[in-house]
Structures are given as structure tokens and as C-alpha cells.
Design a protein around this ligand. Structure first.
Ligand code: TXA
Ligand code: MG
Length: 311
């Protein structure tokens, strides 16, 4: 089911679904301006329709036609696009993203990805592409084309949909989501592949926390979950468990996110290692503590959600 860039662009323009690589995780894309195409994303993922999608565009100029940028948003876009940052902005009057993609909200998530294949695809299509992570709702995000095929292969339509293989994702966790809605300080809606520290340095002030008023509807407590249960902050691997390590704390036999304690390397390995451990169908995965700075904040956020009780 994997394909060329030209074929992928043609499928998008014909209302098909295209799983494509970004530097964070693989996305499941559809033409964001066509409700029927966007509806197929929600169906394929089993995603509730109250959860809005991120619109991906090739550059800042295209983003400006879809969202209203205040001074903070301009500063962040100039510093971090293309890259692993999504801005939630008021929808622009000139916007073409359909209501279904936005879940009927007056705001829109916008991202300019840095992966060369994603950029080329967005340029070829010339319109916004709605894309959530290319996994069944609530499951681990895919960082390789084979992960997409394993999770979604059975629900994609081979006559209409394709997977564009761009190798392993370099960042490995989803984009950092920042809402710039004017009235108060920008809000961190989801920690991700760009550190809070880097965002705050550029803004020159602290990000507000998500909470009353504004949240990301998709940040459900249980999410990003493997089949096995997780035990966090483990100092040893108990009988019957397998270990997910950081910086060599759990010892022999555990799979290490980064033996040298590098948080960017750990983020890049997070989903791939969780999938590999899960494939052995263990009763439980024991996870070593991960420092909460830089990309560690995103890693810990995903681990907490993976460990949360399933509904
Ligand atoms: O790195 C990423 O962001 C990947 C790649 C494919 O770009 N995409 C991704 O999409 O992680 P998804 O759908 O798995 O997560 C998007 C999150 C959801 O929690 C959703 O609720 C939130 O963004 N979101 C989207 N639009 C929003 C809006 N207007 N207001 C608040 N939250 C929004
Ligand atoms: Mg997702």
C-alpha cells in the first residue's frame, strides 16, 4: 500500500486518505476543505467527532489564510516553523478548513511540518491537509510506515488510500500545542517535540497551563496506550514484567530509551520501544523515571496517559 509522492498528492486531491511522515509521528491526512474526506479520517481512527484535527500547511503564508496570528503567534511561527509546533488560533475569515475538521470550534490548530516529504506533499496539494496521528484512537502513535500498516491497514481502502513511507520519524513524539488566543498569555495545551523552555525563551514569558476555558479536547486521561499495563517510576523489573529503561537504571534485559540519558534520543525511541515491548504480550511494563525537563515533559505526559486506567 506504500506509494510515491505524486500518487499520494493525487489521492489527497481525489478525497482519499494518505498516511504520511512528519518529523514528529506519521499523520493520517485528508483534504481539510472537503467534509466527506475528513469524515473518513474520523471513521478510520474510530475518533470521536468532538475532537478537532490539526490542519497542516506548507508555509506561514498559507497558515495566515487559515488562522489569525497575534504578536505572540507571529514570534513563535518565525522561530519554530517549519517544526514540531502546532498553534491554536482564531479561524480567519478567509479560512477554507471545513467545520468538521475543526469540530465546530471557532479556533483552528495549524502546523507547518519540517519533514521534507511532508513539505513536498503539502506543496503539491496546495491546500490544507487535516491530519491526526495515523493510529486507531487511543493507541500508540506510529513512528514508522510499518506501524501505520499494522494499526490501520485493515481499515484503509486500497482503492482510495495510501501510505507514504518516509522512514523513521526523527522527533518521535507529537508536536507541542500552544494556543494564542489574544486575551491572556499563550497556553500550553500539549507538551511535545519542542520544549516548553524553548517556547518560553522566544516569548520572553511563561506559558499558561491548560485548564479552565481552553484545553485540547483530545487530551483524554487514558491515551497513547499499549496493550500491557504500565508501572511508572520503577527502580527494578519485577518477575513477569519487562523493563523500559532510561540511562541504564533498570539493568540487564530492559530496553533503554537512551543509555546515555539523552532526552531527545529517548523521545525518538519512546513509541517504537513501547511497541516492541508490547509485542511480547507482557503482563506489565516497568518504566524507569525520566527527568521532567526539555523533551522529558512530553515523554512523561505520554507515559502517564499510557499508564492511566482504561475506560
Ligand atoms: O505532531 C503532531 O501534532 C501530529 C502530526 C501528524 O502532525 N498530529 C497529532 O494530531 O498529534 P492528533 O489529532 O493526534 O492530536 C491533535 C491534538 C488533539 O488533542 C486535539 O484535541 C488538539 O490537538 N486540537 C486540535 N485542534 C484544536 C483546537 N482548535 N483547540 C484545541 N485543541 C485542538
Ligand atoms: Mg493522536
Amino acid at each position: 500500500m506504500t506509494t510515491s509522492l505524486e500518487e499520494a498528492a493525487a489521492r489527497l486531491c481525489a478525497g482519499g486518505l494518505v498516511a504520511f511522515p512528519t518529523e514528529t509521528v506519521y499523520g493520517l491526512g485528508a483534504d481539510a476543505t472537503v467534509p466527506d474526506a475528513v469524515a473518513r479520517i474520523f471513521a478510520a481512527k474510530g475518533r470521536p467527532r468532538f475532537n478537532p484535527l490539526i490542519a497542516h500547511v506548507a508555509d506561514l503564508e498559507a497558515a495566515r489564510t487559515q488562522g489569525r496570528f497575534d504578536a505572540d503567534a507571529e514570534r513563535l511561527a518565525a522561530a519554530f516553523w517549519p517544526g514540531p509546533m502546532t498553534l491554536v488560533l482564531p479561524r480567519a475569515a478567509t479560512g477554507t478548513v471545513c467545520d468538521l475538521a475543526c469540530a465546530g470550534l471557532a479556533t483552528l490548530g495549524l502546523r507547518v511540518p519540517a519533514h521534507p516529504l511532508a513539505s513536498a506533499l503539502l506543496r503539491a496539494v496546495g491546500r490544507p491537509v487535516a491530519a491526526p496521528s495515523a493510529n486507531r484512537s487511543g493507541r500508540l502513535s506510529p513512528t514508522r510506515a510499518v506501524d501505520v500498516a499494522a494499526d490501520l491497514g485493515a481499515v484503509l481502502n486500497p482503492g482510495r488510500d495510501v501510505i507514504l513511507d518516509g522512514g523513521d520519524c526523527q522527533v518521535g513524539v507529537e508536536s507541542t500545542i500552544v494556543a494564542c488566543l489574544g486575551d491572556k498569555a499563550p497556553v500550553l495545551l500539549r507538551p511535545g517535540g519542542l520544549s516548553r523552555e524553548a517556547v518560553e525563551r522566544v516569548l520572553g514569558r511563561a506559558l499558561a497551563a491548560a485548564g479552565d476555558g481552553i484545553t485540547a479536547p483530545g487530551m483524554l486521561a487514558s491515551h497513547y496506550a499499549p496493550s500491557a499495563s504500565l508501572r511508572l517510576e520503577a527502580s527494578a523489573v519485577a518477575p513477569g514484567e519487562v523493563g523500559l529503561d532510561f540511562a541504564g537504571r533498570l539493568g540487564d534485559g530492559a530496553l533503554d530509551l537512551s543509555a546515555v540519558g539523552d532526552l531527545a534520543e529517548a523521545a525518538a525511541n519512546l513509541y517504537r520501544h513501547l511497541r516492541r515491548l508490547d509485542a511480547a504480550a507482557p503482563t506489565r511494563i516497568a518504566v524507569a523515571p525520566v527527568p521532567n525537563r526539555d523533551l522529558g515533559a512530553a515523554i512523561n505526559d505520554r507515559l502517564r496517559r499510557a499508564a492511566a486506567p482504561r475506560s
